[in-house]
Ligand binder design. Structure first.
Ligand code: MG
Length: 213
């Protein structure tokens, strides 16, 4: 089945998980939970793990249990020095240039954060659009309805013609269930939710050469 549309996750997918950016974002999330929500510092890490497991994102958990303002949360946690951590990635830029498919960012983060990351990586205008958490009406991965909405917003009628790329296997399982092809980034280890596993995004064509054939 030929792939027409590719959905790229953003954080820890378009850049290496060793960059340290995700650790900074996690620290901001925990700071928010302490300073804004007022949760006990020693319980924050455990509560966050629970929210991630139960709701897919900390945001969804905090909104469900503490009725927080999602926009304030997103601007607070994304207030990190991205430009000091990420640098232009010419190999990724070249890869995106070679891929003829329509490309979308599909992220549980905000539009503003996605734009900053794309700019810091030095990526040109490759993406048809950014499917961010607010644009998705706060339906986040791995909620199955997020995937059908993403396909709809991308005007892709068939999941079977789609490729989803993510660093979290949980986020690939619903896409695979819909019939999409899935690529797990950040490991060579096979996973049931992934058709392919690659250590870095730059290895995409080694795993799925048919994308440019
Ligand atoms: Mg990610």
């Amino acid at each position: 089945m030929s792939i027409r549309t590719i959905f790229f996750d953003l954080d820890d997918t378009l850049y290496n998980s060793q960059s340290g950016l995700w650790q900074l974002l996690q620290a901001r999330i925990e700071q928010y939970m302490q300073e804004v929500v007022g949760l006990p510092p020693r319980q924050v890490a455990a509560i966050r793990q629970q929210y991630l497991a139960d709701h897919g994102t900390t945001l969804r958990g905090l909104h469900t249990h503490h009725n927080i303002d999602p926009e304030h949360y997103l601007s607070y946690v994304h207030d990190v020095p991205i430009e000091q951590i990420l640098s232009p990635n010419p190999a990724l830029e070249a890869l995106l240039t070679r891929l003829p498919q329509r490309k979308w960012i599909f992220t549980n983060a905000s539009q503003a954060h996605a734009r900053r990351v794309i700019a810091a990586l030095g990526l040109g205008p490759h993406f048809a659009g950014i499917l961010d958490i607010a644009g998705m009406s706060y339906r986040n991965k791995p909620e199955p309805s997020a995937y059908t909405l993403a396909l709809e917003l991308a005007s892709e009628e068939s999941a079977a013609h789609s490729l989803f790329i993510d660093d979290r296997a949980e986020n690939l399982a619903p896409a695979k269930a819909l019939g999409a092809t899935t690529v797990l980034v950040g490991t060579r280890e096979p996973h049931p939710a992934a058709h392919h596993s690659i250590p870095r995004i730059e290895a995409l064509l080694e795993a799925v050469p048919g994308l440019v054939e």
